[in-house]
Design a protein around this ligand. Structure first.
Ligand SMILES: Cc1ncc(COP(=O)(O)O)c(C=O)c1O
Length: 437
């Protein structure tokens, strides 16, 4: 790890990876020019064997640490049994995972998908079906309300849930999003907006779906008590409360699920990312029989959803979450992170916001050379992986298993980057991209 102010150079091997990507890959999430080849715990190594401290957890996928031996062993066990896919037969792992989730979180049922977006999409379908069959909303009139600046994925249905989208992908899924049928826009964290929307349109709203802390918008924490008031208002208007915990769940915010911090019980919970400990793509929805029993065969699922490898890894990942007390660890390490950063009085940081080990540094509006992408770029040069969130925030979310020493080493590098950033010349990946992740 270097702390020099030398210009940022990209190695020939990394450049080759970047060139391949530029030449042959479409879409994606505007990756920084770092080519990772190996990870373990809170450490990562690039193609040149340069070592990094992970302050990102790959967007809350590796809450349990990279390559956790117990999760790896569980994934390898299922893989070596050869049963990589069970469809259309049973696999013991799926039922066992659903039972474990039931024991941990108390919901009757679980349905698995692969990506977070698919699980969010599934929650919308379940809520709509409930809206028609149970709430008796007239057919075609059901609305799913979200909060402005939300992020639930980039499939056509989940983009439709968002307030900001490229119009060139339209037409979008109708009757979903942060504007109520009568035109009331619901801002995240503003309980009066929700109250007004439900008073105006509650009869045709089937669900209000939010992230308990908005992750991709930049770790936006709602006012204390917001989730409680949301739950009460939803109950009053017979509207399902849906919590998308894809990013906030499984220990990240200092509770096994973020909404538990306020003691609420949403009707549907969307899970993803860390569910299989980063060893496999696995997501899904938790809910009680009143909603989940409405799903008929062939309505929610996919070929690779609920595959034995993902389910076996997820069972182990949930054990690790509990056995290693990762939620309390998140709080402990988060407190150390915040106290050390606050004591450093970082220039251009006007706020540190978050919970558990889910934090963003909020930058002030001053010098043009102090941008999240520049800071993240320099951090990578000096051996810390983080990411920009929105246009003014830097996301700091290490694996919950990070050691105190690794955390403090990463913070020391971060402090040095803030000191030097204004004097640095051009940095790779510094272009201001409105990265929604
Ligand atoms: C809250 C939330 N929901 C859904 C998603 C989409 O998950 P995926 O990228 O696995 O589709 C994300 C991804 O960042 C997310 O943060």
């Amino acid at each position: 790890m270097t702390s020099s102010k030398s210009p940022y150079t990209i190695s020939a091997k990394t450049q080759e990876v970047v060139d391949d990507y530029r030449k042959y890959v479409a879409g994606g999430f505007a990756p920084y020019p770092v080519a990772l080849t190996r990870v373990l715990g809170s450490q990562a190594w690039d193609i040149d064997e340069k070592q990094y401290i992970d302050f990102l957890s790959m967007y809350s996928v590796v809450n349990m640490g990279h390559n956790h031996p117990k999760i790896l062993a569980a994934a390898i066990k299922a893989m070596s049994e050869g049963a990589v896919i069970n469809l259309p037969f049973h696999s013991p792992y799926y039922g066992q995972l659903a039972e474990k989730l039931h024991q941990m979180f108390g919901y009757d049922k679980f349905v698995a998908m692969t990506s977070g977006a698919e699980a969010a999409d599934a929650a919308v379908k379940i809520a709509r079906k409930w809206g028609y069959l149970t709430k008796k909303i007239p057919e075609g009139k059901c609305h799913i309300l979200t909060a402005a600046a939300c992020y639930h994925g980039v499939t056509i249905s989940t983009v439709s849930l968002a307030s900001k989208k490229s119009h060139l992908f339209g037409p979008f899924v109708p009757s979903v999003g942060s504007t109520s049928p009568s035109g009331k826009v619901v801002a995240f964290g503003m309980i009066n907006d929700l109250r007004e929307a439900l008073e105006l349109d509650g009869e045709r709203i089937a669900a209000f779906m939010i992230e308990p802390i908005q992750g991709s918008a930049g770790i936006i924490v709602p006012p204390k008590g917001y989730l409680k008031e949301v739950a009460e208002l939803c109950k009053k208007h017979n509207v399902l409360f849906v919590c998308d915990e894809v990013q906030t769940g499984l220990g990240r915010t200092g509770a096994d699920l973020c909404h538990l911090r306020e003691g609420v019980r949403p009707d549907l919970v969307v899970l993803g990312k860390a569910l299989a400990g980063g060893m496999y793509a696995l997501s899904g929805v938790l809910g009680d029989d009143n909603t989940m029993s409405l799903i008929d065969p062939f309505e929610i699922g996919s070929t690779m959803a609920a595959n034995p490898v993902g389910c076996s890894a997820a069972i182990a990942a949930l054990d690790v979450l509990v056995d290693e007390q990762l939620s309390s660890r998140a709080n402990e390490m988060g407190a150390l992170l915040v106290s050390t950063l606050s004591a450093a009085d970082l220039p251009h940081v006007k706020e540190i916001t978050g919970h558990g080990l889910f934090y963003a540094l909020v930058l002030d509006d001053k010098p043009p050379k102090v941008t999240p992408r520049r800071i993240v770029s320099l951090l990578a040069q000096r051996g810390v992986l983080a990411s920009a969130a929105g246009l003014k925030r830097i996301r700091i979310c290490p694996p919950l298993t990070i050691s105190k020493e690794e955390l403090l080493k990463g913070v020391e590098i971060l402090i040095g980057v803030f000191k030097d950033i204004e004097d640095m010349g051009e940095l790779p990946a510094e272009v201001l991209v409105d990265v929604r992740h």
